[in-house]
Structures are given as structure tokens and as C-alpha cells.
Design a binder for this molecule. Structure first.
Ligand code: NDP
Length: 330
């Protein structure tokens, strides 16, 4: 038996609770992992609160990522005792996920824990941090180097945004952070932002082209804010877009793309190819300051996951939330 957050559906009523589950109910998979830490990502909060159709079948254990120790493996790459990390692949959406003491998955979805991270640190980074790294790598692929000018990060006080600010500043970029929580300016400056702007400046519909300012941008918000960011990109600048915290729409025009050669680079972490994942984790080991990682992380027990999910969607959670599932394993 093991403890898990279980989302169940009764008619149209979707409910999440902390349950004790029999091992026999674990899904099919060739690797069974004792989960040390999981995290609470934006998508997990949507799944737990039922605010968006993230969960594809019920009952579901949410948790799109976890770090833990292999208990049993029939996969050639892993043996009992190995420390592993999982991000995405539909885990926590269509396959039972990491907000539980045990998970059983396809071994191809796992990556070995990247040295020098502990299991806890790997989840302080979690899917949000690994996605932030994928965004930085997308900017690099499009030649956004520190000498090209300022780089904007939206939703900066959230999980992806906080790690993106820390990474970009360590890499030598001039980072400008956008937040709806001006009271977090000190936090963002400590992570490495050289300037903090109020989200309000980006919320109203603007012109198709604005004054050129940003050489690059990491956007987690979408909607009107992303449209305004695109309009103010410098010639041949790139926006790495990964999120929809402000909405699914994109009310822009083609002007930034056809007149300024701007690139809108989409970033997906869920089905991201293995080579890129491994590279992203290697880069995180090099480019993320561990002291900053500690400063942006809050740890909660499994029993606090459900109330914290609601706070996260209300925009009240700062940085990353790790869930200490079986912390003695870390
Ligand atoms: P968080 O909730 O931690 O952060 C989101 C931040 O967005 C908030 O902290 C807030 O930042 C800002 N925000 C929230 N609501 C609004 C709004 N209505 N308008 C403008 N800004 C808003 O979430 P994560 O950082 O974990 O995830 C961010 C986004 O990235 C989500 O949409 C998530 O689904 C997506 N994502 C996508 C991935 C992918 O593979 N493509 C992987 C991981 C995440 P502030 O308070 O600073 O304004």
C-alpha cells in the first residue's frame, strides 16, 4: 500500500484527495520507482482543481514529474537503487504520476539523476525549471547572445519565470522581469533581474509594431501580453513561448514576423526528444546557481498539495514548490 493524491470522477463531479492505494493498482510499466520528491506545476494545479481538462482518464494520480529511487526494473538501462528523474510524457495526465509514494512507468521516459543534483534539487528545478532551460536553449539556437541586448521574462515570479531569470542572468544576459506582483521586485532582483516591470504595462492592446526593445524573450503567459512582446522585439529577435498562464489566445499580426524577422519559437517539454532533455539537464547543472535555486523553492508535504494547488492558480505562489513525498530517500 502507498499514499497518493488520487483524482476521481463521479458523473460530472471531479474530486482530488489523499488516499491509500494498493500496489496492485499501479499502471503497466517496466520500472517501479519509490518517489522521493515531486513538485506542483501549473498543469498539476489545473488537474487537481479540475479547472482545465488536463486529466485524460480516471482515477488519476497527478504529478507531471518526480525524482526517486528505482525499486524494481525490467528495463535494461536501470536497476534497483538507481536515482532517476521523470518529466512529462503524459505522466499525471494519462498515466499515473508523481504525487504518490510509488510510480510505475516506461523506463524510456526516465533520465538518470544529473550530477551534482540531489533528488530534492532535481525537483526544485522540476518541469518548470527544465522548461526554462529549454527556452534559454531555444534563444541560443536563434543567436540571441548576451551582446544583442535585453531579454524579457514574463510571469517572472512563477516557476518557469523564476528559473529563467536565474539562468539568463548567470549566462550574462541583461534580464528584464515582468510581474503582476510588484512586491516581488526584491526577489526578482536577487535572482538576477536588472529591471522589474509591472505587468499592467503589457496588458492593453497595442500597435502591430512598437518601439524595438527586446533581443529575446521567454514568455509563459500568452494572450495579449505575448502579442505586445512580439510587437516590441528587436530586428531578428526571438521569443521562446511555452505557457498560457494569461490565456490561450494570441491576438497579434504578422507584422513583427514579416517586417522585423522576429521568430516565435514554441517550447514543449512533454514530448521533447530524449537527447534534448539530457542536454537540458546537463546545462542546468552548469548554468543554475544552487544558492538561487534554494531561494526560489518552497517545500510542502503531500498532505498540503490540494490547498496549495488552488493558491498556485490564484497567482499566490512564488517560484517553485517541491513536494516531499519520501524525503528520507533524497
Ligand atoms: P506558475 O503558476 O508558477 O507561474 C505562472 C506565472 O504567470 C504567475 O506566477 C504570474 O507571474 C503569471 N501569471 C499568472 N496569471 C497571469 C495572468 N492572468 N496574466 C499574466 N500573467 C499571469 O506556473 P509555471 O511557471 O509552472 O508555468 C507557467 C506556464 O508555463 C503555464 O501556463 C504552464 O502550463 C506552462 N508550462 C509549459 C510547459 C511546456 O512544456 N510548454 C512546461 C511547464 C510549464 P507574476 O506573478 O510574476 O506576474
Amino acid at each position: 500500500m502507498f499514499q497518493a493524491i488520487l483524482i476521481e470522477k463521479d458523473g460530472t463531479d471531479v474530486r482530488a484527495g489523499l488516499s491509500t492505494v494498493d500496489d496492485d493498482r499501479l499502471p503497466a510499466g517496466d520500472v517501479t520507482v519509490r518517489v522521493a520528491h515531486s513538485t506542483l506545476n501549473y498543469k498539476d494545479a489545473l488537474a487537481i482543481t479540475g479547472k482545465a481538462p488536463v486529466v485524460r482518464s480516471y482515477p488519476m494520480v497527478p504529478g507531471i514529474d518526480f525524482a526517486g529511487v528505482v525499486e524494481h526494473s525490467a528495463h535494461p538501462a536501470y536497476k534497483a537503487g538507481d536515482k532517476v528523474v521523470l518529466n512529462g510524457w503524459g505522466v499525471g495526465e494519462q498515466h499515473w504520476g508523481g504525487l504518490a509514494e510509488k510510480a510505475r512507468v516506461n523506463g524510456d521516459w526516465l533520465v538518470p539523476l544529473q550530477s551534482p543534483f540531489t533528488l530534492r534539487q532535481a525537483m526544485a528545478i522540476g518541469t518548470a525549471g527544465y522548461t526554462a532551460m529549454l527556452c534559454v536553449m531555444a534563444l541560443e539556437r536563434h543567436d540571441v547572445t548576451p551582446d544583442k541586448g535585453e531579454v524579457l521574462v514574463t510571469g517572472a515570479a512563477g516557476g518557469v519565470g523564476s528559473v529563467a531569470v536565474a539562468l539568463l542572468s548567470k549566462l550574462g544576459y541583461e534580464v528584464v522581469a515582468v510581474t503582476g506582483r510588484p512586491e516581488e521586485a526584491g526577489y526578482l532582483t536577487a535572482l538576477g533581474a536588472k529591471e522589474v516591470l509591472d505587468r499592467k504595462q503589457f496588458q492593453d492592446p497595442g500597435k502591430p509594431l512598437a518601439k524595438e526593445r527586446w533581443a529575446g524573450a521567454v514568455d509563459v503567459v500568452g494572450g495579449q501580453i505575448l502579442a505586445n512582446v512580439c510587437a516590441a522585439m528587436k530586428y531578428r529577435g526571438t521569443v521562446a513561448a511555452c505557457g498560457l498562464a494569461g490565456g490561450m489566445s494570441l491576438p497579434t499580426t504578422v507584422a513583427p514576423f514579416i517586417l522585423r524577422g522576429v521568430t516565435l519559437a514554441g517550447v514543449d517539454s512533454v514530448m521533447c526528444p530524449r537527447e534534448l532533455r539530457v542536454e537540458a539537464w546537463r546545462r542546468l547543472a552548469d548554468d543554475l546557481d544552487p544558492a538561487k535555486l534554494d531561494g526560489l523553492t518552497t517545500e510542502i508535504p503531500l498532505s498540503d498539495v490540494i490547498p496549495t494547488a488552488a493558491s498556485l492558480l490564484d497567482g499566490q505562489v512564488r517560484g517553485r514548490v517541491t513536494v516531499a513525498v519520501s524525503p528520507t530517500l533524497a
